[in-house]
Design a protein around this ligand. Structure first.
Ligand SMILES: [Zn+2]
Length: 192
């Protein structure tokens, strides 16, 4: 299973995530823009073209049972429209972005935080998400670097929970949902 880009975020899901304002914005990276370095990309874009920084969140889903909210920076152009200037591997077309200025308060050493939101109530899932959150906290505290030995520890702990997570994902994925495996295809045309 891998995280996937949700094709739509329903209003009930947005409510659960505490998101009131979801925009669909164009992705237009400069030729020298770097993956994962949204704040650097935005800063260098603004130096050249003007505008300001807009912080907010982007979303990805694990197995239709959990949402990862990743803090993200985009450009607010002088005419107040939003543009993402960071390339990404798996999102095509418009980026679903929720503006939230409070994200700025959580930046540590230029690194942006991640939030994990379970969509179902389950002990194994909260433990699994807890491990991911712990790993993300370590990343923020250590300038983006996680020691190999720590990574192995996280992997080992997560792997013990993985069978339970996989069966939950199968259980909560409908035939017409995006497949839990993360392929981006409908379940009935994939692992379903
Ligand atoms: Zn699949």
């Amino acid at each position: 299973m891998q995280y996937f880009d949700l094709s739509e975020l329903s209003s009930s899901l947005l409510k659960k995530l505490g998101v009131e304002d979801l925009r669909k914005i164009p992705v237009q990276p400069e030729p020298d823009a770097k993956f994962l370095n949204c704040l650097d990309n935005v800063t260098s874009y603004i130096e050249k073209n003007g505008g300001s920084v807009q912080f907010g969140w982007i979303f990805s889903c694990l197995g239709n049972i959990s949402i990862k909210m990743t803090a993200h920076a985009v450009v607010k152009t002088p005419d107040n429209s939003l543009v993402c200037v960071t390339p990404n591997e798996y999102r095509t077309g418009l980026l679903k972005f929720a503006p939230d200025c409070s994200v700025e308060n959580f930046i540590q050493n230029n690194f942006l935080p991640t939030k994990f939101v379970p969509l179902i109530d389950d002990q194994s899932l909260s433990e699994y998400i807890g491990i991911e959150a712990e790993q993300d906290k370590l990343r923020l505290d250590n300038l983006g670097i996680i020691a190999q030995s720590d990574l192995e520890q996280f992997k080992m702990r997560a792997s013990l929970l993985y069978p339970a997570i996989l069966s939950l994902a199968k259980k909560y994925t409908g035939r017409n949902d995006q497949c839990y495996c993360g392929s981006g295809n409908k379940s009935k045309k994939c692992c379903g």
